[in-house]
Design a protein around this ligand. Sequence first.
Ligand SMILES: Cc1cc2nc3c(=O)[nH]c(=O)nc-3n(C[C@H](O)[C@H](O)[C@H](O)COP(=O)(O)OP(=O)(O)OC[C@H]3O[C@@H](n4cnc5c(N)ncnc54)[C@H](O)[C@@H]3O)c2cc1C
Length: 272
Amino acid sequence: MPATSRRRLSPTPRRILDILESAAPGAVRSRASDRLAMAHDASHYLLTPEAVVTPTGADQVGALLRASSAHRLSLTFRSGGTSLSGQSSTGHILVDTRRNFRELGVLDDGNKVRVQPGVTVRQANARLAVYGRKLGPDPASEAACTVGGVVANNSSGMACGTVNNTYSTLESLVLVLPSGTVLDTGASDADSKLRQLEPEIHDGLLRLRDRVRGNAESQRIINKLFVIKNTMGYGLNAFLDFDSPADILAHLAVGSEGTLAFIAEATSAPSR
Ligand SMILES: Cc1cc2nc3c(=O)[nH]c(=O)nc-3n(C[C@H](O)[C@H](O)[C@H](O)COP(=O)(O)OP(=O)(O)OC[C@H]3O[C@@H](n4cnc5c(N)ncnc54)[C@H](O)[C@@H]3O)c2cc1C
């Protein structure tokens, strides 16, 4: 039996549970069985969360993010839990975003699909098959991994390359920012909404964009790294490929592993 399993589980302080409960009423579980069931993803790490929260919608995720900033609590999103490097496990607060984010809509005769993050790649592809389409990214874990995890991990597979990966096929995201602001980057007023509600983020993205564009060496490195299949970290090529902060933010979120925002919905162009 691993040492971590023998260790006595310390009860989560009542205060933390109360904070979580007021952000997401009825969605918080802290029994040992709930926490141990979520103590591993597909990696070799074993981290037992202090509590598991299963938010019902983007508004509850926003409230959880606000509470986590206010009380300095660490939140980790977990969707399919198939990550191989411990990305979806934590010893702090685990937010299960698979269970309640399962809607999918096929638009424009299969040319577009809007997917909530808990839908698995296989489920999405089953719906798209009648249109002769499938999602671009093709991870081998498609039966269990979800669209939220695919976007956040920038997952790919044997066939999608750089043409059909998440970055290239993504049209827009609905993001829940750390302040709780919900931004649909595909809305016509996305950029003005970001400027109005999150001026620091908007200004910061513009400053970074111009810094990257004003530095030939930064441009050379980004172009060199992203012309090949590169699944490491944020989609920094967004600073060169997109002008508006809202579009930049959506594409930076590809590979962000839950560190920039919660991905509440993704709209993409499926491939044939
Ligand atoms: C058998 C097997 C085969 C695999 N094959 C491949 C492969 O071919 N290619 C490949 O790239 N990977 C592969 N993987 C790795 C893994 O399956 C993928 O990275 C997968 O896309 C993760 O999706 P998930 O739903 O399980 O995400 P999780 O593991 O639950 O989460 C992944 C990351 O995304 C964050 N996250 C999850 N949902 C959201 C959200 N809604 N908003 C913001 N952040 C979020 C989490 O915090 C975490 O950092 C494989 C894994 C296994 C076990």
